[in-house]
Design a protein around this ligand. Structure first.
Ligand code: GLN
Length: 483
């Protein structure tokens, strides 16, 4: 049962082959048995899950239908869940029970999903290895000595290990696509403003975007359908109609113009990944796509710009965790300053503190123009590069990451080495564009992802291309040994 995709589950439930309650029990038992090896969950919500599953079964018995009605999922632990701990992977929020549901959570619950729990993540979504969580590192089910990617590493590891079919995640600089690549999943970062950020604990507000992590493009379409849409509670949410993503999956790729940026194949890329990307290009050519070399000349400036903008926004967003209103408070403060200092010093981990300091520095008087303003100008140039490219091509294709998943601990002493691994994913966030990663093969037994980028609000195009690719390849069906 645990091998079923969301689409298969929906068919099975509709055909009364099993109930949501039966499926939920199987998956909860699997999580209890297997997750100790992975550490992919921070909180399990068994009681809520069984309640929601029974309610979904009743709704089906009463004639309701829907692809998500009775579907078991989990939420990355930065989506607020009413009455349930929402930790953001941090000691700071270990004691925080959200007083309300994030829009994503309430929309998916209304569609009938069953919440199995809250998944592990890098602290405040800062990282690309899921090693900065206060709850400990997450392991990659493909090789338990390797990282699963981050920051949505818990969602990725759990789905890859078949503990559940799909999960929510968020992507500020690659945190959906990179863990998808590292664990052989399909992950979609939507256009900025497509999915509500209300109730999603902010890391970098102008970059953060929620989206689905699943095994197939078809499942991403199903989950995105339940997440997307205008939300008056989020001032950056965009009032655009949500297309029927599942209906768009079967479009022909005949004549599809795929741009391959020449800058993507520079020295930093593992040549074995470059080969797999070439194979995926050939596969898409067989389906009728036309390949064109393009250029994204400002790509080289994207990492430095991102690592000014994201910490700057983080330093501002995280100022609310002061030990006064909610979250961790130090014992016996001597005075107000001592309360702030010790609460924040004890509550935040090293990577979060580093970014708060970098961000506060970049925003400070005298440095603002040199760093923050400059980074914003680069951001515009990165966006302009994409706008020019999309005049010539329909999608852009390349590797999701320059290397496969590294060993746990390998980059701990050198944060910049980890930042450089974000080179292919970060530009989509700076420009606000949608991006998808899908399985493209293996290197040393570790999965490799191919990334597709599209113009604003063309999530449907990404899902269509990925679905057609998956109908003709079987990388996405491979299961890690032991799971
Ligand atoms: N690795 C990037 C960072 O650490 C992206 C993280 C994310 O997308 N949340 O900021």
């Amino acid at each position: 049962m645990h091998q079923m995709t969301l689409a298969e589950i929906a068919r099975g439930l509709a055909d009364k082959k099993f109930s949501s309650e039966e499926l939920t029990k199987v998956l909860l038992a699997r999580i209890t048995q297997l997750d100790p090896q992975l550490n992919s969950f921070i909180t399990l919500t068994q009681e809520l899950a069984l309640e929601q599953a029974k309610a979904a079964d009743v709704r089906r018995a009463n004639g309701e239908s829907g692809a998500l009605l009775g579907a078991p999922i989990a939420h990355k632990d930065l989506f607020c869940t009413q009455g349930i701990r929402t930790s953001c992977g941090s000691k700071m929020l270990d004691n925080f029970k959200a007083p309300y549901d994030a829009t994503v959570v309430s929309k998916l619950a209304a569609a009938g999903t069953v919440t199995l729990g809250k998944t592990n993540m890098d602290e405040f979504a800062m990282g690309s290895a899921n090693e900065s969580s206060w709850y400990g590192a997450v392991k990659n089910p493909w090789n338990l000595e390797h990282v699963p990617g981050g920051s949505s590493g818990g969602s990725a590891a759990a789905v890859a290990a078949r503990l559940l079919p799909a999960a929510t995640a968020t992507d500020t600089g690659g945190s959906i696509r990179q863990p998808a690549a590292f664990t052989n999943l399909t992950g979609l970062k939507p256009t900025y403003g497509r999915v509500s950020r209300w109730g999603m604990i902010a890391y970098a507000s102008s970059l953060d975007q929620g989206g689905p992590l699943a095994r197939t493009a078809e499942d991403c379409a199903i989950l995105l359908q339940g997440m997307a849409g205008f939300d008056p509670n989020d001032s950056t949410s965009i009032d655009e109609p949500v297309p029927d993503y599942a209906a768009g999956l079967n479009g022909s790729l005949q004549g599809l113009r795929i741009g391959v940026p020449k800058e993507y194949f520079g020295a930093g890329l593992d040549p074995r990944i470059a080969d797999l990307i070439q194979n995926s290009i050939k596969e898409l050519q067989k389906l009728g796509a036309v390949i064109k070399e393009i250029s994204l000349p400002n790509m080289q400036h994207a990492i430095p710009a991102y690592y000014v903008i994201a910490p700057a926004e983080a330093s501002s967003n995280l100022s609310r965790f002061d030990g006064v209103r909610f979250g961790h408070r130090c014992a016996d403060p001597k005075n107000l300053e001592d309360l702030y200092k010790r609460s924040r010093g004890e509550g935040f981990g090293a990577e979060v503190q580093r970014r708060i300091m970098v961000g506060a520095y970049a925003l400070s008087a005298g440095y603002y123009d040199a760093y923050y303003l400059k980074a914003q100008k680069i951001r515009r140039l990165v966006k302009n590069d994409f706008m020019a490219a999309f005049n010539e091509v329909d999608i852009i294709l390349g590797p999701t990451t320059p290397n496969p998943a590294w060993k746990l601990g390998a980059k701990n002493s050198d944060p910049v080495a980890a930042y450089l691994e974000d080179v292919y994913t970060i530009t989509a966030n700076l420009a606000g564009l949608p991006g998808l990663s899908m399985p493209a093969g293996f290197v040393d037994g570790l999965p490799v992802g191919v990334q597709l980028l599209a113009p604003y609000f063309q999530e449907g195009r990404l899902l269509n291309v990925a679905h057609q690719y998956q109908l003709n390849t079987d990388w996405h069906t491979r299961t890690p040994t032991g799971f």
